[in-house]
Design a protein around this ligand. Sequence first.
Ligand SMILES: CCCCCCCCCCCCC[C@H](O)CC(=O)SCCNC(=O)CCNC(=O)[C@H](O)C(C)(C)COP(=O)(O)OP(=O)(O)OC[C@H]1O[C@@H](n2cnc3c(N)ncnc32)[C@H](O)[C@@H]1OP(=O)(O)O
Length: 667
Amino acid sequence: SVKAVMICGENGKFSAGADIKGFSSPKRRGIALGPIVSLIERSEKPVVAAIEGVALGGGLEVALGCHYRIAHVKARMGLPEVTIGLLPGAEGTQRLPRLVGVPAALDMITTGKVLCLVIPPAWPKTHEFLLPMYLPDVDALFCNSIFLPPGQPLGPRRLSLKPVPKLPNMEAFLSEALVKVKKQAHGCLAPELCFQAVKAATEQPFADGVRREQELFNVLLTSGQAQALQYAFFAERAVQKWTTPSGASWKISDSVSLLSLGLGTMGRGIVTSLVKAKIPVVALEQDLEYLNMGRKAVMFLLEREAMKMEQGAQTLDFHNPARLQFTVDFDVLRDVDLVIEAVFENMALKKEIFHKLSRICKPGAFLCTNTSALNINEIASATSRPQQVIGTHFFSPAHVMKLLEIIYGHHTSPTTIATAMQLAKVLKKVGVVVGNCFGFAGNRMMFPYAQQAVFLLEEGSRPEAVDQVIEDFGFRIGPFRMSDLAGLDVGTPARQRHGHRYSPLPDLLCENGRFGQKTGKGWYQYEKAGGRTAKPDPWLHSFLSQYRDTHRIKTRFIDQEEILERCLFSLINEGFDILAEGIASGPEHLDVIYINGYGWPKHRGGPMFYASTVGLSRILAKLQKYSEAHPDVPGLQPSAFLKKLVAMGNPPLKEWMSYLSRPNNKL
Ligand SMILES: CCCCCCCCCCCCC[C@H](O)CC(=O)SCCNC(=O)CCNC(=O)[C@H](O)C(C)(C)COP(=O)(O)OP(=O)(O)OC[C@H]1O[C@@H](n2cnc3c(N)ncnc32)[C@H](O)[C@@H]1OP(=O)(O)O
């Protein structure tokens, strides 16, 4: 007597797919979702997927096995398996191309993008894939009347029986698509295997395509990359759950106004990201000329962001002074709830400004400083409210980069930390709370890495060789290309200083007018000042030879293994010191920082996860070897905490912190 079956989720959500934890569980059992989806599709009774909330991964694959799909206007759908190192393994790579065509299916499956419904102008309107309809309107009657004219056979509704829509130039399209997928993958395996599975749909009958999908799925399931990406998925969520023991929190609502002080590169990005998050913001500069320059730059960024968004300009509403205001009048400080200072990295200037802020701002206002290395306690000491002072280290470009490093000082209150975490959430950034030390967690780990890269040049390598190794590892950009991009005059780096090895190379390049991309030459040469295409530079090669001759450094061939190990192991080594000092609450925090702020390849799970996969004993042995060869480089001397973990038998990463004898977090 059943006329039709409707599958829906509970609590406003269809399904987020398979339980990701299950993939790495030792008790993993082969629960095959594909045959269940096939069974649904073979049903003689019509089956409708009623999608509300999310239909992701295996959830969407179930919907693809149904004969009809209807979706709530706010539904989000996608096959994000690639982002956790897998591919849709329940026949989704074979059904989706049959439904939406190869180009759209490839795009969804190889990127994992999650789609929202685009409501057509003449809504309501039917569409093969997405029929926008509010769920309350859906009932059995609706199913009968709209979908099931009496006697209509279900055959044409079964996707597995449909051919994959042909393209006039399928072969050429696929080879071009493969080049694009490989280029964007940066060494991650899953996008290419996703591609192969979809390609199989274009070449083989459905059943054979499914077999190919299963083979490829199993390759990924057992790969280290899938484990790394799934670790990163949970690590990102765990660090954001950070709370103070008192459970302090503070909600940023529409009635809160924020002020960004300083409209240089960082200030402009910060204002843009606040406006994007629809927080009322006042942008303050010290002088009218800088204000006007800053205003122009912010407006340019906002126009560009609005163009990327559906109905962006109206939504952002940035011409409305209630939303965004520019001023040189410090009196506006009296009314704002939170200030983000983003002036130059100069302690004296910052202290002067914080003294002023503390005098003018209302008593409850929070004072954030955007700094990448300066001492939060010293800045806070210039105020009468150190408990409300906190570091918010944005990454450039601030309206794009996801990381917000949040630094608490000696006196910072839990409420202030909770406020900064809430700010990160509202800005759709990943907030990671760390303690106060020079460079905090991220840059502190970056220093030994950058230092090793320069030492390798002194000893015989070239910028292009070092960058190549690091980029082959999966970083978007190697240390020298990064240095040229940021400018050689930005950053810290006599061959000996305080008894430790030090390289003057970056300074010498600056003295030769080589500041990086902005001057058209740095570690590389560029087509013009401001150019982007790095070319190896014979001038630099001969400069390096002369430098080695002057300092009597014997040039030697340095292989890829040494380049990689000296750069990455020194960075990881610093990470162990940071954990031991309680600057970060756990290895996941450092991994999330590196993935979201420094371009560490996510499929390697972050530096500390990577260390756990390489094996701590191996890292220790290599550091010992390199530090014996370079006794004047402290960054290569193995961390005591690393040594302890090796002595304890190399415990799994989630147990590392339990080997520290004192509580690692003052909060
Ligand atoms: C039992 C398995 C055995 C395997 C044997 C092999 C047999 C082969 C079978 C093949 C079948 C393949 C099926 C399919 O192709 C594979 C998949 O479906 S993989 C999963 C794909 N889905 C996703 O990647 C979705 C990931 N989740 C999200 O994108 C987001 O979480 C969300 C759903 C959009 C919700 O976002 P938010 O509202 O912001 O909330 P959070 O992100 O904070 O999440 C809340 C809470 O839920 C946890 N969570 C979310 N999704 C999953 C998930 N799929 N599995 C497990 N846990 C999930 C998340 O971690 C949070 O948990 P908390 O931190 O609060 O503990």
